[in-house]
Structure formats: structure tokens, C-alpha cells
Design a protein around this ligand. Sequence first.
Ligand SMILES: Cc1cc2nc3c(=O)[nH]c(=O)nc-3n(C[C@H](O)[C@H](O)[C@H](O)COP(=O)(O)OP(=O)(O)OC[C@H]3O[C@@H](n4cnc5c(N)ncnc54)[C@H](O)[C@@H]3O)c2cc1C
Length: 452
Amino acid sequence: MSSIPNTAIRPRVVIVGCGFGGLEAARALRGSAIDVTVVDKTNHHLFQPLLYQVATAGLSAPAIAAPVRHLFRKQPNVTTLLGEVERIDVAERQVLLQGGDALPYDHLIVAAGATHSYFGRDDWAAFAPGLKTLDDAFEIRRRILLAFEAAERENDPARRAAWLNFVVVGGGPTGVEMAGTLAEIARHTLPGEFRHIDPASAKIILLEGGTRVLQAMPEALSQRAKEQLEKLGVEVRVDARVTAIDATGLTVAGPAPGGDPAATSYTIPSQCIVWGAGVAASPLGRLLAEATGSTTDRAGRLVVEPDLSIPGHPEISVVGDLAAAKSHVPGQEPTPVPGVSPGAKQMGRAAAANVLRRLAGQPSQPFRYRDYGNLATIGRNAAVVDLASPMGPVRFSGYFAWLFWLFAHVYFLIGFRNRLVVLMDWGWAYWSFARYARVVTGIEGAKKQLQE
Ligand SMILES: Cc1cc2nc3c(=O)[nH]c(=O)nc-3n(C[C@H](O)[C@H](O)[C@H](O)COP(=O)(O)OP(=O)(O)OC[C@H]3O[C@@H](n4cnc5c(N)ncnc54)[C@H](O)[C@@H]3O)c2cc1C
């Protein structure tokens, strides 16, 4: 096992993960007399809120991902490493990378994020990929586009119908935006390009196990979201609990809509299922919990102290989706911080500020989350917005909500070039309905799928 050389005697901060939390933490340490090492298993910072656009061929990958090394080119105290963290040796204060390298630290900020959860049915992953990384987005895009290709070649009506059934599991923000955009592709982008099928006849079904979509939103906005989805051509089924998924489709508990009311389950044949139902903490959370004797919540997130450190380990902070953190407002009961990008960014900045305080011999401060509200897009001209303001919540939906959502997301994208590219691509797509990021690679897998 080799140790990455460090010749300086300055304090060493290692940041694991360069998503929203890790990037903000590293940026907040700019100009300090600290050596920062940022290690990520990918070479890019990913803007996950627009990942569904890559999965649905609206944007190309570089528009929503920025090379980590490039992001820190003007921050000389940051060293960037590409590597997967396998273990954290808490006693020796070392982060151990795949391949054996060790990164010594004085302070550690862990921002490794979350992954999909199939609620104990990991075998479903092969048939219903989730959306978390660029690789996931490419795989989903491949399946969507190839399903239309296979339907065009299929002579058997039942098999053709199965190719044209697109099912999204989970009515959270990712499921809602995937379903809405799939409907737009089927109804507006593809018609005219096929000779044997009518892409507009594709069925887009959104299955939600709870009683309403977008459960984090107020009930009235959930209702508006459902109406907007249905207007776009999505069939929304609530109280629809998936009990099985395999290569032919999925099974849902209860009677089918309009079917035999005594039936205990029904099946939906489909070759393109997208999973947006469950989130679990990165596996690093469990490893860190074992190493430190700390606890995790049901989703595997580490339960942290008010200042985001691990109990008994003030030198280790956990931020973002990996942390079960609470917001501490003086005089009020602490409240859970939601797993959203503003939460991760604010925690990253707060953890970095606490590192600087500790190095200056000052006490660390509890984390306070500033909630600016919640946005979700549904599709073209359709979104819901729930903003927090000193005068109370501001809620709206429809075209202006969609415009608000659009500009907010462009504003928060990393990099001026990306903002410009996304605005131009969306502007063009808005008028033409075209989606140009439709090149499918992995053609061997594709051929197999078409022949099956
Ligand atoms: C499809 C999708 C849509 C979303 N939409 C929204 C939205 O509209 N608004 C919103 O506010 N939030 C949204 N979110 C949630 C938001 O993206 C997350 O809350 C946020 O990314 C969490 O930041 P993080 O830094 O904790 O983790 P991430 O941003 O996920 O970053 C984690 C980083 O750690 C790296 N990593 C993981 N494990 C290791 C390891 N072992 N070794 C090295 N590196 C590792 C990963 O490569 C990654 O770069 C969405 C999430 C998804 C998946």
C-alpha cells in the first residue's frame, strides 16, 4: 500500500465525493492555508437535477457535467484525484482507495451521496434501471430509443404493444419528470419519423405506491402535477405497489384500472421500465458507521451531530445525501434536512467553515438549513413551484412555474458554457420539439435487445 506523497506540514483535509456537497466544501476552503484533496470515483461533477434530460435525449452529457480537475484549476490548494474510496481507517486517519493508495487526513469531509434502493429486490435493477449517474442516463436513453426501434420492426400486435409500454415506477420528482418527458417524446418528437408504428400511441404509465405524486409538495400542487401529467398523455396510477419485475414487464398489487375488481394483482408487459422509487445512502455510509460505531437511519444515512460531525469523531464530517442531518434554529425543535442539492451545498459550506473554526481553536457551530422551497418540472410548459418567503409560501403551477424552474436550473448549472449550451438547446427544442442527443452506443447490446 503506497501513500500519496504530502510534503507540506499544513493541515490536510480530504473530501470524498465531488457532488454538490463536496464541491461546495472544497470551494469554501479556497485561500486557506490548508491542503485539500478531493477524491471522486468519476472525473466529473454531475448536475443531477438535469440528468433526466440526458436520459430522454434532450441534452448531451457535457452540458450537465463538468470535469472536476477543470473546476479547481484556479484553486491551487486543491489536489484532485480520480479514485474510488473503499475504506476509511479511522484510527490511522487514512482514506483507502481502490488499488491500495492511502490518503492521510487531519480532517475528513465525506460527501459520497446516495444510490438506488430496490427495497431488498436488487434483482429488479437489471430490468428497471434507476437514474443517478451518467451511465444510468445513457442506459435509460438506449432502452427508450430502442423500444421504439423494436416496435417498428415487430409484426405481432401484442409484442408491438409491449414495446410501446413505458413504465416509470415512483411518483417523486424524478419519476414525474421522466414520465412527462417520455410523453413529450412519444407525442411530439418522434411522430413522422416511423413508417409502421405511430409513436404517439405509446402508453406512458406512472406508478406511485402512495396516494399521490410529489408527496413532498402540498396536496394541491400534487393534484396540479397529476392533472398536468395527464394532459401531457401520462396515465398516472396511485396506490400502485409493484410486487415483481422481470424481463417481460412488471406485476402490480390490486385490481387493474377498469379490470376485474376481485383481482389481487395484474401485469403490465413492458420492455422499458425506469425505477425512480427508492433512494439509499452510498455504501460508504455503512462502512463509516462500522468503523466509528455510529448509527445509520433506515436509508443507511449516518446520523450526525448538530455540527455535522460523527459522534466521537470531530475530525470527520458527513454532508449531503449521506447525512441524516437536522437543521438547528435557536428556540425551535431541530428538523430533518431534505435530500436535495441546496441541503448538500449548505452542509458542504458549513462543514468547511467548522474545519476552519476548529483549526483556529474555536468551537464548531450547529448546522442551520435555509429552505428556499421546492420545484418540480413535469414537462413542456408544466411545473409546480412551492417557494418559502417571509410572507408565507408562494405556490404556483403551469407555464410560469415551468419558466421559473427552467431559469433556476440554468442559473445553478456549473459553468458559463453549460448555461449557454443548455439555454440554446432548450430554446431550439421548444420551437422544434426536436431532441438531438439520440445517438445510441453499445450497439452489440442493442442488437441483442432488438432480436429478443
Ligand atoms: C435524477 C435526480 C434528480 C434530482 N433532482 C433534484 C432537483 O431537481 N432539485 C434538487 O434540489 N435536488 C435534486 N436531486 C437531489 C440532489 O441531486 C442530491 O440531493 C445531491 O446531489 C446530493 O449531493 P451530495 O453531494 O450529497 O451527493 P452527490 O451529488 O450524489 O455526489 C456524490 C459524489 O460522490 C462520489 N462518490 C460516491 N461514492 C464514492 C466513493 N466510494 N469513492 C469516491 N467517490 C464517491 C460520486 O461519484 C459523486 O460525485 C436529484 C437527484 C437525482 C438522482
